[in-house]
Design a binder for this molecule. Structure first.
Ligand code: SF4
Length: 339
């Protein structure tokens, strides 16, 4: 089955899930979307597996109301034109609200479910904004998931950004290579190759949370990218009950590094409404992540970061004290050291 057909025939309701998995799932007000080939993989891993927990509805989505609608403050930094401008040098560009799957832990699940105004489409205004703000040198395609767009559409965006002199770097954030690995086709490789010729750097950040997602098909898709000389990085979200063990993260980052993917960010879970059952304290996260510094070389170790709730942006989560230039440092064994 090609990826477009797989996408069209995805499971989209509680009834679809019950029929496919032969299990009843709680009805929540968040939408459901899982392509069947990926649902097959979830089924093979079984009830309660890391794949199961990430993509199948849980009653707490509607019952635990302690989280925030917009945990990282997209709204605060939205320019109303498909751009979110939080950091001086770079913008998020949201050309779509569509995803290859709906992840139950997603920090944008409320904005996506509500089709929030953050995603208002106005590309002419977006280009005007970029031209008027030459300190912005990087555009990060996100969403939704940009790889759900056609190769022609992606190529046309790239041509448009190429006309803006100040844009030097292009980045794509995507879950698609894991969910629909067939999407990494010749046309997409050509889009990425052309981007790398136009811009100083262009790269793909693959969102992947557990070694179970890295099956032979996904590895093959990633190999197509790396063999074509495309820079591939990874982003992982720390999730309670899914990957909240040092050994699980160690295995994931080791395998990614072995297939030439640079583990880039490990995100502390955001306080997202509807996803608080995946949340954990910063202290719990630090205890899981700290030992990795003794187990992985720097080139295989992602930066563990936390988005300060409300929109202030990311800071290192493991050892923020070291950024005060005084007071306590914490070494890689978790021991406090006074300067
Ligand atoms: S693919 Fe990304 S944006 Fe879409 S639901 Fe999953 S985490 Fe959220």
């Amino acid at each position: 089955m090609n990826w477009q057909t797989d996408y069209k025939e995805a499971l989209r309701s509680n009834e679809d899930l019950a029929k496919f998995f032969e299990v009843e799932f709680p009805k929540t007000h968040y939408p459901i979307f899982i392509p069947k080939t990926f649902a097959e993989k979830i089924k093979n891993h079984g009830i309660g597996s890391p794949l199961w927990k990430q993509f199948l509805p849980h009653k707490d989505e509607d019952q635990n109301l302690s989280g925030r609608y917009d945990p990282i403050g997209d709204k605060t930094h939205s320019k109303g034109n498909q751009l979110i401008h939080r950091y001086q040098n770079r913008v998020l560009f949201t050309p779509t609200t569509v995803c290859p799957v709906l992840c139950r832990y997603c920090f944008r699940k409320n904005e996506l479910a509500e089709k929030d105004e953050v995603f208002n489409q106005n590309f002419a205004e977006a280009k005007k904004y970029l031209k008027a703000n030459p300190t912005i040198n990087e555009v990060i395609f996100t969403g939704g998931d940009p790889l759900i767009l056609s190769n022609e559409k992606l190529a046309s965006f790239i041509q448009d950004f190429a006309e803006i002199e100040s844009i030097k770097y292009i980045r794509f954030h995507s879950r698609t290579p894991v969910i629909l690995p067939g999407r990494i086709d010749d046309g997409f490789l050509a889009v990425m190759t052309s981007a790398s010729e136009i811009f100083m750097r262009s790269m793909l950040m693959i969102h992947i949370n557990h070694g179970d997602e890295l099956d032979a098909e996904v590895v093959e898709a990633i190999k197509l990218l790396t063999d074509a000389g495309i820079e591939v990085f990874s982003q992982t979200v720390l999730l309670k009950g899914v990957n909240d063990q040092t050994e699980i993260l160690l295995e994931l980052f080791t395998r990614l590094a072995e297939i030439k993917v640079k583990p880039y960010y490990l995100h502390h879970p955001d306080e997202a409404l509807g996803a608080m059952h995946f949340h954990m304290s910063l202290e719990a996260g630090r205890r899981i992540v700290q030992p990795l510094h003794d187990l992985l070389p720097g080139w295989a170790l992602p930066q563990y970061v936390i988005d300060i709730p409300g929109g202030e942006g990311k800071v290192p989560a493991l050892n923020p004290e070291s950024f005060t230039f005084s007071g306590t440092l914490i070494n890689r064994h978790g021991k406090e050291i006074k300067l």
